[in-house]
Design a protein around this ligand. Structure first.
Ligand code: NAP
Length: 492
C-alpha cells in the first residue's frame, strides 16, 4: 500500500468499546487520496453482525454515562475539544489527504470541531426542566432525559466537523453513540474516536463502524436498540432512512441537501458580493450543502455582475490539498463523473457556459470553477443539487419575481440576500423558505446558531442550543400531595 503520509496507518479496524476490533469476516475496503488517486489505507468493512456488536456495546455503556454527574460529563467533553486542538495539525492533514480539501480549509474544519465540544460541554449541567403550576396539592415538573443510543451517519464533505456537530451534543445530553462515516472519508472519524477515549470518554460511549451504506449503514438505522438517528447526507438516502426508522418509530434528525439561492439587487456592493458568492460556491469544490448554487441577479446589473463572477472564478488556483491553493479535487471519481454529467446537461438544456466546465487533464478528480448563465429556473441544473463547483445564474426583474424564483425549488436549506436596503432585506428574509438566511454575507451560521432545512432539506436542527432537542426527551412527573383520594379523569 502506497502511503503518502506517515500519519496514515496501513490498516484500520472498527473502533468499538474503546478498542480496535476487526470485523467478523475481516473484509476491508480502500480509501484513497482524491488528489492523486493513490490508495491511502485499508479500512474495515463492517457487516450487520459488527453493527450489532457496536450497538450492544453502546447500550451497555449507556447507564454509566447517563448517570455520570453532569458537571463531570461536561468536563470530559470539554477535554475532547482541547485534545482536538492539540492534534489539529494531524487531523487537518488526515482530512486533507482523505477528503481532498486544501489544508487550511481542513484546519478550519478541525477548529470548528473543537468548538462544538467546548460549546456543548458548558450545557451539560444546564439541561433543566420546568415546573408546571397545575394547582394546590400537586407538584408537576418536567425532566429532560437522554434517549439512549444515538446512531450518527455522516457524509464525505466535512467528516470531522460533522462528527463533532452530532457527537458533542449527544454526549452532553447523556447518550452513547455509534457513528458511521462515509466510506470515502473514514480516517478523521476513526482518529477522533480515539481522541475521545484519550480525553477520558469511557469505553463504549463513542464507537465508530466503517463500511458501506449497505449493509453497515442500514443495519445501524434499522437496529431495534438504536434510540435516535442523526443523518446528514442526500435526500434519497434520507428518505430511505426515514422509512427504515418508521419500523421501530425511531426519532430522526435529517440534515439533507440544498439548492440555495443568492439574490443580488442593484444597490448591493457588487465587488464584495462577487467575492462572497464565488467563495460560497467554490469552497470545498462546491461540496457544501449550504453552497450558493443559484445566483438570482437583477437584470439591470446582470452583465456587469456576471463579469465580476467570471473574473473571480478564473482566479481560482486548483491543486492537491497539501499545496493549500484555493480549491482541491472532488472527493471521488464517481462524484467527478456526476458533476461532469451535470455540466454536460447544462449545455444540452440550453444554458451558456460562461467559464470553466472542464475536468483537469491530470491525476485526481479536479474540475474547473464553472459558471452557467442564461439559466431558467425550471432547468434541472437549477433544480437539482450538483454538489460541485457549478454556479447557475438566473436573471430577475422585480422583487416578487426574485422571491418566486428563490422559493421555487424542493429544497429549503439556506438563502442569501445582497442589498443596501434594510427594509428589503428583512422583507425577503421573512418570506424566503429556508432554515437559514444570510444578509450581505454567506455561510452565516456558526456552532452557536441553529442550522437545518425547510422542505426537503431536512427535519430538526443541528448546531446551537436547538440541537440538544434531538438528543433529549421530555418526561413529565405529576405528584399528588392531597389525602382526599379524588382522581383526575383522562382528557381533563
Ligand atoms: P449520501 O450518499 O446520502 O450518504 C451519506 C451517508 O449515508 C454515508 O455515510 C452513506 O454511506 C450512508 N448511507 C448510504 N445509504 C445508506 C442506508 N441505506 N442506510 C444508512 N446509511 C446509508 O450523501 P453523500 O453523498 O455522502 O453526501 C452529500 C450529501 O450530504 C449532499 O446532499 C449534501 O447536501 C448533504 N449534506 C448536508 C448537510 C447539512 O447539514 N444539511 C451537511 C453536509 C452534507 P456510504 O458512504 O457507504 O454510501
Amino acid at each position: 500500500m502506497s502511503v503518502s503520509n506517515e500519519m496514515v496507518r496501513d490498516t484500520y479496524d472498527l473502533y468499538i468499546g474503546g478498542t480496535w476490533m476487526s470485523t467478523v469476516d475481516s473484509k476491508r475496503f480502500i480509501t484513497s487520496n482524491p488528489a492523486t488517486e493513490e490508495p491511502l489505507a485499508k479500512v474495515a468493512a463492517a457487516q450487520a453482525t459488527d453493527i450489532n456488536h457496536a450497538v450492544e456495546t453502546a447500550r451497555e455503556a449507556y447507564p454509566g454515562w447517563r448517570d455520570t454527574p453532569p458537571n463531570e460529563r461536561g468536563r470530559i467533553v470539554y477535554r475532547v475539544g482541547q485534545r482536538i486542538r492539540e492534534y489539529q495539525d494531524e487531523l487537518a492533514t488526515l482530512e486533507s489527504l482523505d477528503q481532498g480539501k486544501p489544508r487550511s480549509q481542513a484546519k478550519s474544519d478541525i477548529e470548528g470541531a473543537a468548538r462544538y465540544f467546548e460549546y456543548y460541554a458548558g450545557a451539560a449541567d444546564k439541561l433543566e426542566g420546568t415546573s408546571v403550576p397545575i394547582g394546590p396539592n400537586q407538584v408537576d415538573f418536567t425532566v429532560r432525559e437522554p434517549y439512549g443510543v444515538s446512531a450518527q451517519i455522516t457524509p464525505w464533505n466535512f467528516p470531522a466537523n460533522l462528527f463533532a456537530r452530532g457527537v458533542a451534543p449527544a454526549l452532553v445530553a447523556g447518550n452513547t453513540t455509534v457513528i458511521k462515516p462515509a466510506e470515502q472519508t473514514p480516517l478523521s472519524t476513526l482518529r477522533l474516536a480515539e481522541i475521545c477515549s484519550e480525553a477520558g470518554i469511557p469505553d463504549g460511549v463513542v464507537n465508530v463502524v466503517t463500511g458501506f451504506g449497505e449493509p453497515a449503514g442500514s443495519a445501524l438505522t434499522t437496529h431495534p436498540d438504536v434510540d435516535t438517528i442523526t443523518f446528514t447526507g442526500s435526500v434519497p438516502t434520507g428518505q430511505t432512512i426515514m422509512k427504515q426508522a418508521a419500523e421501530n418509530i425511531t426519532p430522526i434528525t435529517l440534515e439533507l441537501g440544498g439548492k440555495n439561492p443568492a439574490i443580488v439587487f442593484p444597490d448591493a456592493d457588487l465587488d464584495e458580493t462577487a467575492i462572497w458568492i464565488t467563495r460560497a460556491i467554490f469552497t470545498n469544490a462546491g461540496q457544501v450543502c449550504s453552497a450558493a448554487d443559484r445566483v438570482v441577479i437583477h437584470e439591470d446589473i446582470h452583465d456587469k455582475f456576471v463579469s465580476r463572477l467570471i473574473d473571480c472564478a478564473e482566479q481560482y488556483e486548483i491543486g492537491p490539498g497539501k499545496q493549500d491553493l484555493d480549491m482541491g479535487p472532488l472527493a471521488s471519481k464517481d462524484h467527478l463523473g456526476k458533476v461532469m454529467r451535470y455540466i454536460d446537461l447544462g449545455r444540452r438544456e440550453g444554458a451558456t457556459l460562461a467559464t470553466g466546465g472542464k475536468a483537469l487533464d491530470q491525476d485526481g478528480h479536479f474540475v474547473e470553477p464553472t459558471v452557467f448563465t442564461g439559466v431558467k429556473n425550471d432547468m434541472r441544473i437549477a433544480q437539482e443539487e450538483i454538489f460541485g463547483p457549478v454556479l447557475t445564474v438566473i436573471p430577475f426583474s422585480t422583487e416578487a419575481e426574485a422571491l418566486e424564483i428563490a422559493n421555487d425549488v424542493e429544497y429549503g436549506l439556506v438563502g442569501g440576500i445582497f442589498t443596501a436596503s434594510v427594509k428589503r432585506a428583512h422583507r425577503l428574509a421573512q418570506r424566503l423558505e429556508a432554515g437559514n438566511v444570510y444578509i450581505n454575507k454567506w455561510f452565516g451560521d456558526t456552532y452557536q446558531t441553529p442550522f437545518g432545512g425547510y422542505k426537503k432539506s431536512g427535519i430538526g436542527r443541528e448546531k446551537g442550543l436547538d440541537a440538544l432537542e434531538s438528543y433529549l426527551q421530555t418526561k413529565n412527573i405529576a405528584v399528588n400531595l392531597s389525602d382526599s383520594g379524588e382522581g383526575d379523569l383522562p382528557g381533563a
